[in-house]
Write a protein that binds this ligand. Structure first.
Ligand code: FE2
Ligand code: FE2
Length: 265
């Protein structure tokens, strides 16, 4: 094992042996998926290429999410949150690693992951109260990002027919819904007691992170049609309806709720 350089291509590996067996025992859902059942003859080369790239990208994002939940765990400890609530976050770290494996194995089923530059996320150093820090991470990482991914995975799920892809999305969507729920629980519990300065910072973070997912939602309109198929990371949707569902999810599931907390205009 060597440390990762920022210029290395993104790759996942398993240590194997007893370590892997222990991991498999704790997370049997990966092996339980119907691997090897996907008939790729119905798909064009461009669709398969697009799906390989989408699932490689998804694997990298899921891996980074494990680090985000580790950060949430640390911030919950510093903010002296209840023990049972902190324990939830330990489970989320493993779930994100499982999602990373599922996404990368979906790419393997399609012929392998694509070469993609790896850029490990850098966590910044901040000097605010533990509660303010935790509320901020809960807001962008869980309330906005996890709520959005859950909404979009569920959309893809409704349209997925192939058992492998629908079962894989089902595992991930169910977990992301729980991750989003913890985010809202934390934010709703913490936000009212924060200082005015912390609350104005939260309002800026809310605006910025909504801007980010909204830009992602608009960007799908520019993707080639091959990026929308049963095997694609996005799923079998036409770009316009993906964009419209994404916008609706951001408005109804994220923005309305943030307005209720007075964290958004
Ligand atoms: Fe995930
Ligand atoms: Fe998640």
């Amino acid at each position: 094992m060597t440390a990762c350089e920022a210029s290395d291509p993104f790759e996942l590996s398993l240590y194997g042996g007893a370590i892997e067996r222990r991991y498999r025992r704790a997370s049997p859902e990966v092996e339980a998926l119907p691997w090897g059942t996907m008939d790729l003859d119905r798909f064009g080369v461009d669709q398969i290429e697009a799906a390989r790239s989408g699932w490689t990208q998804a694997a990298r994002q899921e891996l980074e999410s494990a680090a985000v939940h580790a950060r949430v765990l640390e911030q919950m400890v510093r903010a002296r949150m209840p023990l049972d609530l902190i324990a939830l976050s330990t489970q989320f770290q493993r779930e994100e690693l499982v999602h990373a494996e599922i996404a990368s194995r979906l790419a393997m089923e399609l012929g392998g992951g694509v070469v993609m530059k790896d850029e490990p996320m850098r966590l910044q150093v901040i000097d605010r109260s533990p509660e303010a820090e935790l509320a901020e991470t809960a807001l962008w990482a869980m309330c906005v990002s996890e709520t959005f991914s859950h909404a979009m995975l569920s959309e893809g799920l409704h349209r997925a027919k192939a058992p492998l892809f629908s079962a894989a999305r089902m595992v991930i969507a169910k977990d992301e819904a729980a991750h989003a729920r913890l985010g809202w629980l934390l934010l709703e519990g913490l936000a009212p007691d924060l200082t005015d300065a912390d609350r104005s910072r939260l309002r800026r973070v809310a605006k910025a992170s909504i801007g980010e997912v909204s830009r992602d939602a608009e960007a799908v309109l520019k993707l080639p049609r091959a990026f929308f198929s049963e095997i694609a990371a996005v799923g079998d949707m036409d770009p316009q309806s993906y964009r419209d569902s994404a916008k609706a999810a951001i408005e109804e599931r994220v923005m309305e709720r943030l307005r209720g907390l007075d964290l958004l205009d």
